[in-house]
Design a protein around this ligand. Structure first.
Ligand code: TRP
Length: 449
């Protein structure tokens, strides 16, 4: 008998825990900054509704119906098709790559937690705080220590299994993070950069939007909802048949988007109040948020709290990626949970080492478009693997999987959610795949604007 979540709340929190992570707090603000602000935010919201939410529902349908790991799920549902049977493998490969560099960024949050514990931010000037980031990423030893610590934490959490490990942590930490972010956004909005920050995030200046930005927004809608990597398929395989898929999905998508927007509201006003560049790249949150802690009352305590929570948000997301790999080893290779977790953690850890050295020993290695290793892997995963994986899942759920299976999963008793099912079915058949495909083909130059 498959281990299940202890109920709806447990499942929602775990899925939200997977969705809400560095993608919302680290990545969303920095890619918004690099893509010119408001117009990007708008495209991202459309992408969540037109692609992210329908594909999230598709993954829940697949995972819950099959009750297997990613590879097993596709094989179980379409055993006769040689192509679709293998879709799970692409998902598996991508979750491996993402986890390898995700652990490095998560390591940065641990290092910042350590700095916060030492009171390193108190009374520092903005330049000094911004300089701490450069000093951290160019130090190979500190990078390796923090990656090792983070992967160790992942290992401990996944070994514990579903109910005892993953769920218990999420229940307390997610809501606390949410409250703290609101407090920080509230403070940021009283600073001198509040108007400029709000304008940057909310005013859509379409002249700043490029096709790369649109693809990035679609890729990010998958990244932030943990899609196209088997994470939600795997989690849904532990989901009870009684849970209604639509209400659960919409809550997850809503909460995830809300966290990203609040993170943006906490960051951009600070960026403008200290005269920083919004397009500063992957270091953005690490260079800005500590400035809040340097100036507000009880800043040192809040800094500790914030980085603890951010590290846990990263952990609950990383856990979901590791769980994809672990579930695969358990279901397909008949490893026990302990052995599966240990081997997968070691493999991901070793793969993460080059990313950890991206800005120090290996700074000269620039595999894609003159970007360092970590940035290149993120580019590859977010702009290629996730959109392609998402596209395939949309085609799978809309055109390959029997309609009666998806209808039964969405409308349990045959009547409720019929309208929702019809809207979903149309979107997943036509809108989501066409949107992803068009943007993707334009980006790689096959369609010319
Ligand atoms: N969604 C997480 C975030 O926003 C990252 C993540 C966890 C993820 N699991 C995933 C991304 C699976 C892609 C696929 O930080």
């Amino acid at each position: 008998m498959r281990n299940h979540w202890s109920g709806r709340l447990g499942f929602i929190l775990a899925a939200v825990g997977s969705a809400v992570g560095l993608g919302n707090i680290w990545k969303f603000p920095y890619i918004t900054g690099m893509n010119g602000g408001g117009a990007f935010v708008l495209v991202y919201l459309v992408a969540i509704l037109a692609c992210g939410l329908p594909i999230l529902m598709a993954e829940f349908i697949v995972g819950r119906h099959a009750q297997k790991d990613v590879v097993g799920s596709f094989r179980e549902l379409t055993p006769q098709s040689a192509f679709w049977k293998h879709l799970g493998w692409l998902n598996l490969a991508a979750s491996f790559i993402i986890l390898s560099y995700y652990g490095v960024v998560a390591g940065w949050t641990l290092d910042y937690l350590f700095k916060a514990l030492c009171g390193a931010f108190a009374g520092q000037e903005p330049e000094a705080i911004a300089g701490m980031f450069g000093a951290l990423v160019s130090d190979p030893v500190r990078q390796l220590i923090s990656l090792t610590l983070f992967m160790g934490l992942c290992l401990l959490a996944v070994i514990g299994g579903i109910k005892d490990g993953i769920e218990r942590w999420n229940k307390v930490l997610m809501p606390t993070l949410f409250v703290l972010l609101i407090v920080m956004a509230g403070y940021a909005l009283t600073t001198s950069g509040a108007t400029a920050g709000l304008k940057f995030m909310l005013y859509p200046d379409f002249s700043k939007l490029t096709i790369n930005g649109v693809l990035e927004a679609i890729g990010h809608s998958f990244f932030t909802l943990s899609l196209a990597m088997g994470a939600m398929i795997t989690y849904a395989s532990y989901m009870d048949k009684k849970e209604p898929i639509y209400p659960v999905s919409i809550r997850i998508a809503f909460l995830d988007t809300l966290v990203a927007i609040i993170a943006g509201l906490a960051i951009f006003p600070i960026v403008f109040s200290v005269g920083m560049e919004p397009g500063a790249g992957p270091g953005l949150i690490f260079k800005t948020l500590p400035q809040v802690f340097a100036t507000i009352p009880m800043g040192s305590i809040l800094a500790v709290l914030f980085f603890i929570l951010l590290a846990f948000a990263a952990l609950s997301s990383a856990i979901s990626l590791l769980e994809v790999l672990t579930a695969f080893m358990i279901d397909e290779k008949k490893f026990n949970r302990r052995k599966a977790t240990i081997w997968m953690t070691i493999a991901v850890y070793l793969t993460g080492i080059p990313s950890a050295l991206s800005y120090s020993l290996l700074a000269q290695v620039k595999p894609i478009k003159n970007m360092e290793i970590l940035d290149s892997l993120d580019y590859l995963a977010s702009n290629f693997m996730l959109p392609i994986g998402g596209l395939l899942i949309a085609i799978y759920a809309g055109h390959i999987l029997e309609k009666k299976i998806s209808r039964a999963e969405i409308c349990e008793d045959g009547r409720s959610f019929l309208l929702i099912f019809n809207i979903w079915y149309f979107t997943i058949r036509y809108i989501a795949p066409v949107a992803v495909l068009l943007v993707f083909l334009t980006k790689i130059g096959i369609i010319k604007l």
